[in-house]
Design a protein around this ligand. Structure first.
Ligand code: GLP
Length: 259
């Protein structure tokens, strides 16, 4: 696990965007796994800038989003499809036909989830998965005690997650409490993973993920079992890491000898 700690949200996000850029440039027809939420917003802004000023192209890229709420009408402003269109897809040269989100427009959730898994397999799997981290350690919408080998399915959200995401919904607006999410096994199948953690409110979940025992109680901790993971943090999110100084040192060594 490579742990990269940078002073600010902006620097951490620029690092993540640079990592994604480098990946896309070097991997033809890459399949990216994408996330929603606040943690990835500055990274998307930085990718849009790279598209506009450096000509970074997404035209041969396929994307698979981690999750989507159940119960919102297509086009709803709080849907993750809406988020992705407005925060990224509308501003780059990606072909929206190649952007997948686990949306389910009929009630056959099981089939929807199976189809999503099949689609990912049919294009050869996700090459690079981008993740945020919930304050309770969730990745995607895999809440604590999710099976560490789970596949795409419907999950009931915890009160904590519903409360954390309430900021995106207007007062009295319907807020779903269930969602379709890639499973932890699905996420772990990606060849490479980059997770972004920003802010003091993430520091405990980050410490549990990086230094705690591998446990379904902190779903993100399963990433310790993945061979190609980069955890990108601002210094506040990293503030509860016991080996903080060691990660700063190892990153310096990495840059000196590996780049
Ligand atoms: C949300 C999403 C995740 C996201 C995480 C962190 O509920 N389902 O995909 O990564 O929780 O969210 P945020 O970045 O807004 O803190």
């Amino acid at each position: 696990m490579r742990v990269v700690i940078l002073p600010s949200e902006k620097e951490a996000s620029n690092f993540a965007a640079g990592f994604i850029e480098n990946f896309i440039v070097n991997k033809e027809n890459a399949a990216l796994g994408l996330a929603t939420g606040s943690s990835v917003l500055l990274t998307y802004e930085s990718l849009i800038k790279k598209h506009n000023s450096d000509g970074l192209s997404f035209k041969d890229i396929t994307t698979f989003n981690l999750d989507e709420y159940v119960g919102l009408k297509p086009g709803h402003t709080q849907s993750y499809r809406h988020y992705m269109n407005h925060k990224l897809f509308n501003h780059i040269d990606i072909d929206k036909k190649n952007t997948y989100i686990p949306e389910c427009f009929n009630n056959d959730y099981e089939l929807c989830c199976e189809n999503y898994e099949s689609k990912i397999k049919s294009i050869g799997g996700v090459d690079l998965q981008l993740l945020g981290l919930g304050t309770n350690g969730h990745i995607g919408f895999n809440e604590p005690t999710s099976s560490l080998s789970s596949r795409t399915r419907v999950k009931t959200l915890t009160e904590n997650t519903v409360a954390n995401n309430a900021r995106f919904f207007d007062d009295k607006e319907f807020q779903p409490s269930i969602a379709v999410t890639m499973g932890i096994g699905t996420i772990m199948d990606a060849d490479n993973i980059i997770l972004i953690g920003l802010g003091k409110h993430k520091s405990k979940a980050v410490a549990d993920l990086v230094e705690g025992p591998i446990s379904s109680f902190c779903p993100g901790s399963v990433l310790q079992n993945h061979q190609n993971v980069v955890i990108v943090l601002d210094s506040l999110a990293a503030s509860e890491l016991k080996l903080y100084d060691y990660y700063i040192h190892t990153e310096k060594m990495y840059l000196k000898f590996m780049c």
